[in-house]
Design a protein around this ligand. Structure first.
Ligand code: ADP
Length: 530
């Protein structure tokens, strides 16, 4: 019992022990117990029975012996319970096993030793209670091995080393001559020292593992916290941009009316010039706010995507029509030889991607040139191989660049589908992109170099949004360029119309709450903003 009460103070963490007087009382009690144990005051007589014997208890048994034991057990249990409350999850599991074994043992002991003898007036089954102490041992052993209660590895190593050392030590004394004795003695010292080193290394390994476990837990916790913060940030951006969009659109609309000579008259040419600048800033602001709103809708998975069968070539021709005047301004000739290519997607979203890419080709071209748009059909394996290479390249880059492959789109929604893909490529003869910049383009807010000239102002969100929109269509997007000044080619894939059924069934597996979904936000005059 004294060991058990010690155990309850030391396990799983050492706690402050009770006062000196407490231990004096316990030890005096124990000594008294041991002294009286063999006197007739505890067991006064034994009666032989067919199953063994019944014992007749003496005067001290019920008044001193039993209460003392019960008090010690209760104290130890209270202690263990206090420890349990203060333990971590791992220790709690271990303690639960100990409680279980102990509880069963105490219950069985009380029943077979205390209650049953009173009922049947015989102690025939008394010892079954004692045998159930095995349960305590078994459960504790289980906790040791399965839950690493006492670092079983250390115990096993220590035991093995001790046994080996003992065997080698005894060997010294069965030597036939002094030389053999000396050799065996040296072997014993060597082996014992080696064993000691072994134990140390096991201890180190365990310590390292424990530290690692703590660190992993901390990391998981930090990660969770970051995710929460990220969600809060996205929500904030979503709210803020939503609130900003209305006044910004109003400013833009009224400025446009002011500048329209048919609606209002501005006498001073300087005022017209300034107003013009305010207007173009307001347009840029509106574009930025809508981009941010779209980013948050995409990241929160709240973007409404309504797919249908559509003619890709027709859609591209529509976009070309819309921004032709801008291309002409920058002396860019757009060449698109269109066959009819069918895909299954949301026309608004695909249009946004084409506007972004074609718009960039115009925006980032300084000299007169040609922009070539092409559509071709390729095997899906080709696209996935190309994408794998891009991913491998990015994974070998610094952590900051690796953001370029972190997708805002659920992985179930962006898997490639079907055996054929439509590949849309837009090739320009513009300013080109340095090789190391290529994968970074699709990162949020990333812009190459320092473009401060009015014609190349932008938010760095266009390609990030385009990538998410393409991925929402089970597609991939990437950029190629020979380098600065050598033009660029932006390519994206979309599934072939033959994959329609597969897409529908895949998307059913990732249900979205319809009421939460929002369409893509659009600035008032999209083509003019490019
Ligand atoms: P924005 O155009 O608003 O800056 P994007 O996300 O559309 O944002 O583009 C990101 C960056 O990629 C641009 O700032 C530009 O540096 C580069 N870029 C995009 N398209 C081209 C292109 N056709 N030629 C050269 N650089 C490009």
């Amino acid at each position: 019992m004294i060991f058990f009460i010690f155990f309850s103070y030391f396990f799983p963490k050492k706690r402050k022990l009770p006062s000196f007087y407490f231990w004096i009382c316990v030890i005096i009690g124990l000594i008294l117990e041991v002294v009286v144990l063999f006197t007739p005051w505890v067991i006064s007589d034994i009666k032989l029975q067919p199953w063994g014997f019944d014992s007749v208890t003496g005067i001290l048994y019920n008044k001193f012996f039993l209460p003392f034991v019960v008090i010690l057990i209760c104290l130890s249990l209270v202690n263990l319970f206090i420890n349990y409350k203060a333990s971590d999850i791992n220790q709690k599991v271990q303690l639960r096993f100990i409680f279980l074994g102990l509880g069963l043992f105490l219950l069985a002991g009380t029943f077979f030793g205390g209650i049953l003898p009173l009922i049947i007036d015989s102690q025939e089954y008394y010892r079954i209670g004692n045998y159930t102490s095995v349960l305590f041992v078994v459960f504790t052993a289980y906790a040791i091995t399965k839950h690493n209660l006492f670092n079983i590895k250390v115990i096993a190593t220590e035991l093995a080393v001790a046994v080996l050392s003992l065997i080698l030590f005894t060997q010294i004394f069965v030597s036939t001559n002094i030389l053999e004795g000396v050799v065996k003695g040296l072997v014993w010292i060597g082996a014992t020292y080696g064993g000691y080193l072994l134990i140390q290394s096991v201890l180190r390994e365990i310590k390292f593992r424990e530290e690692l476990q703590v660190m992993t837990e901390q990391l998981a916790h930090a990660n969770l916290h970051l995710k929460e913060l990220d969600a809060m940030k996205t929500e904030f951006v979503s709210l803020a941009s939503h609130e900003l969009l209305t006044p910004v659109s109003a400013i833009e609309g009224y400025l446009s009316m002011l500048l329209d000579e048919k609606m209002a008259k501005l006498e001073d040419p300087k005022a017209v010039k300034y107003m013009d600048r305010v207007y173009s800033s307001a347009k840029r602001l509106a574009r930025l706010v809508t981009d941010m709103l779209n980013v948050s809708r995409i990241e929160e998975g709240r973007l409404l995507v309504e797919k249908k069968e559509l003619d890709l070539s027709k859609l591209i021709n529509e976009v070309i029509e819309e921004i032709k005047f801008k291309a002409e301004e920058k002396k860019q000739k757009i060449v698109f030889q269109s066959d009819s290519w069918q895909t299954f997607g949301d026309p608004d979203k695909i249009k946004e991607v084409v506007i972004n890419i074609l718009g960039n080709s115009i925006k980032y071209s300084k000299n007169p040139g040609t922009i070539n748009i092409k559509i071709e059909k390729v095997p899906t394996a080709w696209v996935s191989e190309k994408w794998q290479k891009i991913e491998e390249d990015i994974k070998a880059r610094p952590l900051d660049d690796q953001e370029a492959i972190k997708s805002a789109v659920d992985s179930h929604l962006r898997d490639l589908v079907g055996s054929q893909q439509l590949l849309i490529s837009v090739q320009d003869q513009g300013i080109g992109i340095p090789n190391e910049e290529l994968p970074r383009l699709f990162k949020k807010f990333h812009r190459v170099g320092d473009y401060t000239t009015a014609e190349s102002q932008g938010s760095g969100l266009g390609l990030y949004i385009s990538r998410a929109l393409v991925e929402l269509h089970h597609g991939r997007i990437w950029a190629d360029s020979e380098g600065s000044g050598k033009g660029s080619t932006f390519t994206f894939s979309l599934p072939d119309i033959s994959s329609k059924d597969e897409i529908i069934s895949m998307e059913k597996q990732v249900p979205q709450e319809k009421e939460q979904l929002k369409p893509l936000a659009r600035p008032v005059k999209e083509a003019e903003d490019i």
